[in-house]
Design a protein around this ligand. Sequence first.
Ligand code: NDP
Ligand code: 8X3
Length: 257
Amino acid sequence: MELKGKTVVVTGATSGIGEACARLFAAKGCSLVLAARRKEVLDKLAGELKAAHGIAAETFALDVRSRKAVFAFADELTAKKLVPDVLVNNAGLARGLSKLHEGDIDEWEEMIDTNVKGLLYVSRALVPQMVARNYGHVVNVGSSAGRSLYPGGNVYCASKFAVNALNQGLNIDLVGTNVRATLIEPGMVKTNFSMVRFSGDQSKSDAVYEGVRFLSAEDIADTIRYVVEAPDHVNIQSLLVMPTDQRASFAVHREKK
Ligand code: NDP
Ligand code: 8X3
C-alpha cells in the first residue's frame, strides 16, 4: 500500500504503540483518525502532527468497551465520508499478575471487555465499510502473550489468544476480498503498559524492563508500517516481534549494572 493520503484509524492513540503509529503515519502523509478515552491528549497530539506534517487529523473520545460509543464513532466516520484504509486495533491493557485462583474479577472483565470485546466492536463497526470498498488493512495488536503463557498471565494471555484467534477468523472470512488482516505480536515494549498493569507502581514497572534492551513503541509502529506497505497481493497474517534479549516470556537476558 502506498501510504501517502491514506486514512489511518488508530485506537488507543494517546500513548505507547498507538501514539507511535500516529506519529509514523502522519510523517508518511496519512490522514489520521485517532481514538482513545483521553480526548485532550489526542487533541494535543493531533495539533502537533497537523502542524508538523500538514495532514488532516480527527480525534474521538472513545471507550472501546462501549458498544454504543463504538457504533456512534463509526457513524460519525461515515458521515464524514471517512473509510479506513488502515485500521489499527491497538487499544488494550493488562491488569495485575495475580494467580488465576486469586484473581480480581473486575480486572478480568476490564481486560476481556477492552482487549477482546472492544476489538470486536470496532471491527464489526468499521470492517464492513472496508469490505464494501474492497480495500484496506486491519492490523490487530496481539502479543507474544497470545502464543504462550507465563505465571500470572492467565486472563491477559487468554485475551491475546482470543485476538490471535479472531485475526485468523477474520482472515478466513475476508477471503475473496482485498482487505488484509495482520496480527502483530510484540514481546516486551517499554510503554505505559506496565504502569497500567501495576496500577502506577513505578518500581514494579521499572523492574520489568531493568537491564533489558526492550522494544520501543516506534519499533512496533515501524513493523506495522512494514506489513501495511507490503504489496497488495502480500498479506502478512501474523508477525511475532521480540527483543533480541527476549526469546520467550521466560527467556530474558538482563545486563547487570
Ligand atoms: P499503553 O498503556 O502505553 O497504551 C494503551 C493505549 O490503549 C492508550 O492509548 C489507552 O488510551 C488505550 N486504551 C486503554 N483502554 C482503552 C479503552 N477502554 N478504550 C479506548 N482506548 C483504550 O500501552 P501499549 O502501547 O504498550 O499497548 C498498546 C497495545 O499493545 C495493547 O493492546 C497491549 O496489550 C499491546 N501490547 C503491549 C506490549 C508491551 O509490552 N507494551 C507487548 C505486546 C502487546 P486511554 O487511556 O487514553 O483510553
Ligand atoms: C505484553 C507483553 O509479556 O507483558 O503483551 O505479556 S507481556
